[in-house]
Design a protein. Structure first.
Lengths: 397, 370
């Protein structure tokens, strides 16, 4: 299996921490300008973004978004009224990587809040003039230090950052595309190595290696195999057996940008019920995708998927614990539009990037996965993956 | 992301192990006069939950409500209990629930266990919650006197039980195999990224849930692997210095090694490690260890950076001798010694886990021999 020849080799694509690419430098400068302008419109003259370096599929990192540097420890970034910026980095040994990303703007500090306070004084900016983004990332233990340095902040900056970063720029879209290519190629290579007798955790070990080789710096993965899955979950000792349905949420990250594909694989020939149930979820996916239009309600996509299942007699299964969400946002600085659920109050916006997945438990087949990353464009939701996933089969002799 | 083998290995950590830990928590709770202990866990802070239940979350916050003498209750999972069959397979605690409103859920369980007033201890809230979330959760605790159990749990966790030490020895042995795979791959291909992939694969096939690496890059800087650029050319095999860490059954181990051609700094590292271990005993502080380095290495000590911290369910835990001026080693502590030595672009590292005795310390590998 080789990567598509129409794209760059994903292994050499510049990611966070390697801002040798002028594209990333330009993207970061534009992001900072957009955020500063939004801050000024809200009556603030400067911006401080905090990162606790807790990276996960469902979390954002404003520092990574605004600098191109993916923190390994507590970091913060200040954008002054004149557009100048500083990046305060910990631990000290990671300064070199930060300087590769932003040059001399990066300095090593022992306390990012103290550094931010000192910077404000040098800039002649009062605490009240600061828009603090990432207050939701500041632990309760660190909160007093943040208040002492920057005063009380109500989370306005958190929401503003989510809104500004919501429009995934070309650089982020490229990262998402590369990550999705890695996911697809990695999945195909996994199928070649998958066989009965492997432990679930061994499947993940093999997949991790493949994704790393392809250029993913992180991966959120859930793999489970069962004759009747109750859910998809982290890998256990359970051995993959003929007759199992293996579920794989494959979510590699490139440059801090996660993607996700959701795949179902039968170990041995699939029974007719599994095929029918998978086709049902496949139809639900397309119904939901049709509702992902700019300005349309997010809950509309969930309702469209639920309608397909309800019509087939599975309306009672369109709720927890049989499913959780019909998708969720993915991004470095923003995960809007958030969870795709019937209780969402968000509307889709152009540039939204998320995974759409009608993953759920059905009484005949158990839990099934079927999902793709999509991006909302003027005409609707475009697949980020090269093609729709199919119910795969391995181990047929 | 912690997404490798996620299991409860009953042969290595049997139920009675967790019963003993529960009794230790009982004693600490009684000494503090608390009616219940409520612990919080996220993927970076296993806290009370990893210690008492074996459940280690990969993402969603988990909460344990423990009333001494009663079966604990675990609040965990996303989305109304979809994950509970999996969680019950990994957890000693079998009363697993989910509440949309966490604070109200905790209060409901406390009342169910008969705790309607008095002193309740919490642990892990400072790390697992932001201020707004903490305020929201603790708004449901108005009728209780809330105290912290953080120090009490640290005290329990810093002295490892025999089965914890066994798991950590296994983790260290797995890292040894990962190192062998790395060196074999490097010898075959000369390519560092691929060699680290091979090392991670070995660690995860041997059952590690998480694997980390720091590598010296071509410019002499230390950086996490992979760092997002993922270019094979970012990493240096000449000179080669790698720091590996892995989590196995919840417990961490680490290992540092360098290519043998870095004779000067490697020898300094080894010498510094021996000096530190020889001077470490009950009562040692970070300052006393650094003083020993200066006394015995002279000016060469300026090239050495020492980390001396606890290790166990977290890669770095109490006591943090190197960063906390008030921390003092106690008999029974498991301390991880990490010594870094730099000379220009050359950086080497070596690590050793030791158990503190009254008059010295013993390497973890040797401790099972008595």
């Amino acid at each position: 299996m080789t990567l598509p020849s129409t794209t760059d080799d994903v292994r050499t694509f510049p990611g966070a921490g390697a801002a040798s690419s002028p594209t990333l430098v330009e993207a970061v400068a534009k992001r900072q300008r957009r955020l500063l302008e939004a801050a000024k419109l809200s009556g603030r003259g400067a911006v401080v973004i905090y990162s606790g370096a807790e990276h996960s599929l469902l979390a954002t990192d404003g520092v990574c978004w605004a600098s191109g540097f993916k923190p390994m420890g507590e970091c913060a970034l200040g954008i002054g009224p004149d557009g100048s910026f500083e990046l305060w980095v910990s631990p000290q040994w990671d300064l070199s990587r930060a300087q590769e990303a932003v040059g001399e703007h990066a300095t090593s500090v022992t306390d990012v809040f103290v550094a931010a306070q000192s910077w404000l004084q040098r800039m002649g900016v009062s605490r009240d003039e600061v828009l603090l983004c990432g207050t939701d990332k500041i632990s309760a233990r660190r909160h007093p230090s943040a208040v002492a340095a920057l005063g009380e902040h109500d989370g306005t900056g958190d929401r503003l950052l989510l809104e500004i970063a919501r429009w995934r720029d070309e650089y982020e879209r490229d990262l998402a595309l590369k990550a999705t290519q890695i996911a697809e190629v990695g999945y195909q290579r996994l199928l070649e190595e998958l066989h009965p007798g492997l432990g679930e955790f061994a499947v993940v070990a093999i997949l991790d290696g493949i994704l790393r080789e392809l250029g993913s710096e992180d991966n959120f993965v859930l793999i489970s195999a069962s004759q009747r899955n109750r859910s998809v979950h982290p890998p256990t000792d359970r051995m993959v057996e003929r007759g199992d349905l293996l579920l794989a949420e494959i979510s590699p990250s490139v440059g801090g940008m996660f993607t996700q594909i959701c795949r179902s694989v039968t170990i041995g020939r699939a029974g007719p019920g599994v095929v029918d149930d998978y086709q049902l979820l496949d139809a639900a996916f397309e119904a939901g995708r049709g509702a992902c239009v700019p300005g349309g309600p997010v809950r509309g996509a969930a309702e469209a998927m639920n309608a397909v299942l309800t019509e087939a007699g599975f309306g009672d299964y369109c709720r927890p614990p049989y499913m959780r969400a019909r998708g969720h946002g993915l991004g470095i600085g923003s995960v809007l539009p958030g969870d795709v659920t019937v209780s969402s109050n968000e509307n889709f916006a152009e540039g939204d990037f998320f995974v759409l997945h009608p993953n759920q438990y059905l009484p005949g087949s158990g839990y099934l996965l079927c999902g793709e990353p999509v991006i909302v464009e003027t005409g609707g939701a475009r697949l980020m993956s090269s093609r729709r996933g199919e119910l795969a089969t391995v181990g047929v002799t | 992301m912690k997404h490798g083998r996620s299991t409860w290995d009953r042969a290595v950590l049997p139920p009675d192990e967790f019963e003993e830990r529960r009794l230790a928590v009982d004693r600490a709770a009684e000494a503090m006069g608390v009616a219940a202990v409520v612990g919080f866990e996220d993927s970076s802070h296993p806290g009370l939950i990893g210690y008492l239940s074996n459940y280690l979350t990969a993402g969603a916050l988990a909460t344990l409500i423990y009333v001494p003498g009663r079966e604990p209750t675990l609040l965990a999972g996303l989305g109304g209990g979809r994950d509970h069959p999996f969680i019950k397979g990994m957890s000693v605690v079998q009363d697993v629930r989910w509440f949309a409103q966490l604070g109200a859920g905790i209060a409901e369980v406390l009342e169910e266990h008969g705790v309607i007033e008095g002193r309740v201890a919490v642990v892990g809230a400072g790390e697992c919650f932001n201020k707004a979330r903490a305020d929201g959760v603790f708004a449901s605790f108005e009728k209780y006197e809330v105290v912290t159990f953080d120090d009490a749990l640290d005290t329990l966790r810093r002295t490892k039980r025999e089965r914890e030490l066994s798991v950590m020895r296994t983790a260290r042995a797995i890292l040894g195999d990962a190192r062998s795979a790395l060196l074999a791959s490097l010898q075959a291909t000369g390519e560092v990224h691929g060699a680290l992939v091979a090392a991670e694969r070995v660690a995860k096939l041997r059952g590690c849930r998480d694997f980390r690496a720091l590598v010296v890059a071509q410019n002499g800087s230390l950086r996490p692997w992979p760092d997002g650029s993922a270019g094979a050319t970012s990493w240096s095999s000449d000179p080669l210095t790698v720091y590996l860490a892995a989590e196995y059954l919840g417990y961490w181990a680490d290992l540092g090694f360098s290519a043998p051609d870095q004779v000067g700094t490697a020898a300094l590292c080894a010498q510094a490690l021996d000096v530190v271990q020889a001077s470490l005993r009950a009562g040692s502080s970070g300052a006393s260890l650094k003083s020993a380095l200066s006394d015995q290495l002279g000016a060469a000590a300026d090239h050495v950076t020492l980390e001396a911290t606890g290790m166990g369910l977290s890669l770095v835990e109490t006591p943090n001798l190197s960063d906390d001026d008030s921390a003092v080693a106690r008999e029974g502590d498991l301390i991880c010694l990490r010594v870094w030595a730099r000379d220009g672009r050359v950086l080497t590292v070596t690590t050793r886990q030791v158990i503190v005795k009254e008059q010295g310390s013993t390497p973890l590998e040797d401790s099972q021999l008595g």
